[in-house]
Design a binder for this molecule. Sequence first.
Ligand code: 13P
Ligand code: SF4
Length: 350
Amino acid sequence: MLDFAAMRATLAGAYDLAPSMQLAEEMREIHARMDRVVPLADFARHAPYIRAINRLKAEKNAVILAHNYMTPEIYHGVADVVGDSLQLAIEATKVEAGTIVQCGVHFMAETSKILNPAKRVLIPDMAAGCSLAESITAEGIATMRAQYPGAPVVSYVNTTAEVKAASDICCTSSNAAQIVAALPEETIIMTPDQYLAQNVARQVPHKKVVWWAGSCIVHEQYTTEDITEFRKWNPDTRVIAHPECPPSVVAASDFSGSTSGIIDYVAREKPQKAMLVTECSMASNISDALPEVDFVGPCNMCPYMKKITLEKILWSLHTDGPEVFVAPEIAAKARIAVERMIELSRAVAK
Ligand code: 13P
Ligand code: SF4
């Protein structure tokens, strides 16, 4: 458990972290990437942290890999690479710096460690979990295998290293349908996201997809009523849903894709109004780059992703911790499942 008082006292002694309008003005170039969603007065609180983190990153030869759900001050202020789960996994294999600071949730940090074991991988808050990763264990995989003998197990990357190690191949929201379609077996076990599995089953009707009953606490909250009600008084809104949403929600939407798939779609189509049926920070992060788009409608926050803050990133770099470890025998097996996914993704993209 983080001792916030001790952390703040140490940081205040080591860095100049007082809010500063002058510094905010000096860092206008960074602020310009988020000024539609972060007022300058607010940026004045973030600026000292952004400066300290960026200096420390250079001093300590560290890179920050940040998920698309990070808040704008992280996404635009300190991240070296941003992306969806697949992009971050691929980027992790390419990191040359000695330290990766994973700004996302724990399974993402584990994936980086699995793919690039020689690097020190830090996560600013060890409690940044995921309801999907928590929903299944390696025993759960064994139960599914016993129920469907011979069927391969495709596990979402939103799982622990132990679960990946017990699986045949991984998938992310950007390649799940292609991976299921490319496997030779007719029956495919998908874990742990029942909704992703059901959405894939609709895209790949010639396969029998069976699933584990996990769900994402952020996306399961959306309902078709949210969308139909919203469309009634906002008929020209483009509705874009993440495939962790229930299939009825995805069916009621105009497009569904991974977080980066959603960003690419909005950037390409530039609808006048867009409702992103996913985590809140997505719209905030792309708002300045797409001033012609009005982001409307409800959004839900991921309490795990939101555990990562500028303050904890600075603490992580200051203390070189907390570090993520994966037992080498588990990592070796999990690496096979993740690398198979990356290879298959590349092959189908050609
Ligand atoms: P993406 O791979 O689409 O970024 O999704 C990760 C995630 O956790 C979404 O909830
Ligand atoms: Fe997990 Fe859902 Fe949060 Fe993504 S949004 S990290 S799937 S709980």
